[in-house]
Design a protein around this ligand. Sequence first.
Ligand code: F0G
Length: 459
Amino acid sequence: MKTLIEPFKIKSVESIPITNAADREKFLINSFYNPFFLRSEHITIDMLTDSGTTAMSAKQWAGIIDGDEAYAGSRSYYKFEDAVRDITGFDHIIPTHQGRAAERILFSILGGEHKVIPNNTHFDTTRGNIEFTKATAIDLPTDIGIKPDVIADFKGNMDIDKLREAIERVGRKSIPLCMLTITNNSGGGQPVSMQNIRETKQLLNEYGIPLFLDSCRFAENAYFIKIREKGYENKSIKEICREMFSYADGTTMSAKKDGLSNTGGFIATNNERLAEKIKTILIITEGFITYGGLARRDLEALAQGFKEVVDENYLKYRIGQVQYLGDKLLAAGVPLLVPTGGHAIYLDAKRFAPHIRPEFFPGQSIANEVYKAGGIRSVEIGSVMFGRKDEFGRHIAPPMELVRFAVPRRVYTKSHIDYVAEAIIEVYESREKLRGMKIVWEAEFLRHFTAKFEYLQQK
Ligand code: F0G
């Protein structure tokens, strides 16, 4: 059979709001044209993120009821620890309430002034946590990784030559660790090959620099390795995961993605001294080492989630659903980052709205218009999220201007996806009407979450 079906049936439903265009216009005004301020009761299809938005399975909900809420030594923690160790192989597994808590703890130990942390591409909170310690976060994607229209298998890869050059330039002592984000979220949900993980590790070994994976979407990455990288076609997803993690000295993970749960995260490492330092900070700021800021029932849901996420039938459907949306848009000529990645489609705002310069936020304008068209929420990943100003106040744009439509796991059906495609295509067909925007208020860090926008005055 060729038809790709959801490998589950629906046991419990939640109705979604249906709004009209006039109301949506008002909701946007009240939200300062920043979709982060929209209320979810005004959103029909929410593609803001795939994080913490998963539909949990009946077995996970059963685990929630069965969770052992002991403060210390909870049975649920040990189930979680076993499940994570089974996939990652790490000795020390330290839960946190979400990914950025793991990042904050790690970088408060290893970051600091004059330190430099390379990554294929830092996610916004990772960069934020590094910069908050006054360290420098550098992105080293490959040249094709920042070309939205070039098709290649592993556009999430680290540029090994640039990494060597960076280490030589800043000096080994300034680099406490190197990160590799799998899949590369800010780079389009693109996978990193096993070869690239191995080569990154080999290079870092020459200098004695530890490698940490930012592994929120490890199972999606493993699936891409299975279907695209020679030698892995007959390996199980779990075997591929074990090999990926075997090259790393540790990992931070937001389990809100491939943990198939609504909250959670962890840090894992084989370095005992580092683990001790992490646990000390954990106890001060998150909670005891067997719950890390989570309810123990959440650990129970995660333990089950990690079992379900490495199921190949699930991953085939998951990656297939994202590709289905991408293919529909491409067939209508909509410019996308290609090939479609693991968890989202990314509109290429530079080609979608070439008449709006990056400093006037073409992606933000598109995100607003798609909400107006169909009540669909997306997020800009471009000059709003990563733009900077130089010393003269001139805009420095990131390499790509994207609008991400993230697909929550196991939540939306094929007709929901058809509806999203229809709305995006409608906006694309009248794209000349899109107008540039300006920021009228912004916070010092991670401005995209709370920035307020206005449209530019028309001449
Ligand atoms: N690293 C990556 C690659 C991420 O995508 C995220 C979160 C984090 C770290 C932080 O994890 O949210 O649990 O604190 N990404 C979400 C997103 C928010 O929408 O892509 P968190």
